[in-house]
Design a protein around this ligand. Structure first.
Ligand code: GLC
Length: 534
């Protein structure tokens, strides 16, 4: 079946709700579904068309909820399944579709399957749902192979036998509390297809697939040797069969599948978007690129070319709950994102970063395809410095304390007022909010035409009004060195000035919106973008 050429997901602006930090309805310092329900009018007025909720399931929070104990129940800290169903239908009434986050690569170490596996002997059917192996070395004291966790350290942890002796090892590509499932096992596949049905039946319009490229493993679990055949666990061909059967499930409900695929090779990436596989996937290439006109243009062109080959819409992502906040990233010397490069105390010029982030927002919102917006980006929130003793992200500890981790972009949102918790809910927020965030509250920005919130709201509304008329194409034109300029078939012209000085605007009949004021001579200043009617 060809991709539906008119699906909402082809052009939608999708808002990522990080539930734990969005809004706290019951005052315990942790965001929850009641908090989201109370703020739905805010989301509707922003002009987005869908909400993606990061995992809301029962979880011991070894990795912020990406360690799931029960995929069919809401964590009591967030609410109940009944509330989730109400939230989904209330959102829909406001024109907001719901995307649920499913985590197939691994479960929590408190998941009943893993508990049963630990209680069962080596070689048992219970252990076969995971990757248990004997260790190497005379006493099995070395991990079965050299694979490294994505969060640092070995990808294996050793179990203890009922007699208290060291036992087998189990694989976890992330934290030790996230044992990897064995995707060669039919029961693992059946279970996840059933989880998809469960959420589609409750009104989900889409599923975001966590770590979508990592599920399949080489059964021999060999060490990775670059250049020697396929990677033992990244982007393996067997995965396409898994996603073809997921597509059949999704199609039965008119649901959409969105893959989280961090793959450098755009051709390999596009294979997941063939007509009988995933509908879309996050494009992370653009956020990894520096604030540089040639780099950004190259990324946009490569992304569009790869997608048009398979008839899938491109997606644009400036930020999410795993990466440095945009205003901070663009205010640093290294403006492209890399997991390995995160450090404490990196000098940041927030004024510069904010100017660029505003221009980048207009750039991405003008491109053909869907856009993902991470909560707080519309408020221009910077990355927060979290005191070391309050950091919860396993990336921090597993890096030996070198990497600050991802908590700095996960701080509870400032809604109103002049001091913490800024209307978030309970005062004892699970991560501390900076003392100087009064200027970022939604309430304060609401009344300021120059605020980030006003910019996003105007851009999202303009974009939504045009999306139906805009075809997938984009035409670049020359507006001078260091300037990105393109037009869309509906007459929208986007121009972004990444050169060292002001530039004249290209021919236009109206200026629809700009990320900052034009100068006295009517020129577009450095690090500023404008939307024009051609
Ligand atoms: C994805 C999530 C990230 C999580 C990881 C393991 O990359 O976005 O937050 O830590 O998967 O589930």
């Amino acid at each position: 079946m060809p991709h539906n050429s008119s699906g909402w997901w082809r052009t939608a602006a999708i808002y990522q709700v990080y539930v734990r930090s969005f809004a706290d309805g019951d005052g315990d310092g942790t965001g929850d579904l009641a908090g989201v329900r109370a703020r739905l009018p805010y989301l509707a007025s922003l002009g987005v068309e869908a909400l993606w909720f990061t995992p809301w399931y029962v979880s011991p929070l070894a990795d912020g909820g990406y360690d799931v104990t029960d995929y069919r129940a809401i964590d009591p800290a967030f609410g109940t399944l009944d509330e989730a169903e109400k939230l989904i239908s209330e959102a829909r009434q406001l024109g907001l579709r719901t995307i649920v986050d499913v985590v197939p690569n691994h479960v929590s170490d408190e998941h009943p399957w893993f508990r049963a596996a630990l209680a069962a002997p080596p070689g048992s059917p219970e252990r076969d749902l995971f990757h248990f192996r004997e260790g190497r070395g005379p006493d099995g004291e070395l991990p079965p192979n050299e694979w490294r966790s994505e969060f640092g350290g070995p990808a294996w942890s050793r179990t203890t036998t009922p007699e208290g002796k060291p036992g087998q090892w189990y694989l976890h590509l992330f934290a030790s509390g996230q044992p990897d499932l064995n995707w060669a096992h039919p029961r693992v596949r059946e279970e996840h297809e059933d989880i998809l049905r469960f959420w589609f039946e409750r009104g989900a319009a889409g599923i975001r697939i966590d770590s979508a490229a990592l599920l399949a493993k080489d059964p021999d679990l060999p060490d990775f040797e670059p250049g020697r055949g396929p990677h033992p666990y990244v982007d393996r061909d067997e995965l396409h069969d898994v996603y073809r059967s997921w597509r059949a499930v999704a199609d039965a409900y008119g649901g959409v599948l969105i893959g989280e695929l961090w793959l450098p090779d755009v051709e390999r990436f596009a294979r997941y978007l063939r007509a009988d596989e995933l509908h879309t996937a996050f494009n992370f290439d653009t956020l990894s690129r520096p604030w540089d006109p040639d780099q950004l243009r190259e990324s946009i062109d490569a992304t569009l070319a790869a997608h048009s080959g398979v008839g899938a819409p491109a997606t644009w992502v400036l930020a999410n709950h795993d990466v440095t906040r945009t205003v901070t990233r663009y205010g640093r010397e290294e403006t492209g994102f890399a997991f390995a490069a995160k450090r404490f105390g990196t000098p940041t010029d927030l004024e510069l970063g904010t100017r660029r982030a505003r221009a980048a927002a207009l750039l991405t919102l003008a491109l053909p395809g869907a856009v993902y917006l991470y909560q707080g980006e519309e408020l221009g929130l910077p990355e927060a410095d979290i005191p070391r003793d309050r950091i919860t992200d396993p990336m921090h500890a597993r890096s030996g304390g070198v990497d600050p981790g991802r908590d700095g972009c996960r701080v509870p949102l400032p809604w109103e007022g002049i001091r913490p918790p800024y209307g978030f809910g309970g005062a004892d927020t699970w991560l501390p909010q900076p003392a100087d965030w009064a200027r970022y509250t939604a309430e304060r920005q609401e009344g300021e035409p120059e605020s980030m919130l006003s910019l996003y709201r105007s851009a999202l509304h303009l974009r939504r009004g045009r999306a139906e008329r805009a075809a997938d194409e984009l035409t670049w034109f020359d507006a001078g060195p260091g300037v990105l300029a393109f037009s869309r078939p509906d007459g929208l012209v986007c121009v972004v000035n990444l050169s060292a000085g002001p530039v004249p605007l290209p021919a236009h009949t109206a200026v629809l919106l700009s990320s900052g004021p034009l100068d006295d001579a009517g020129l577009l200043p450095q690090d500023t973008a404008a939307w024009l009617q051609g």
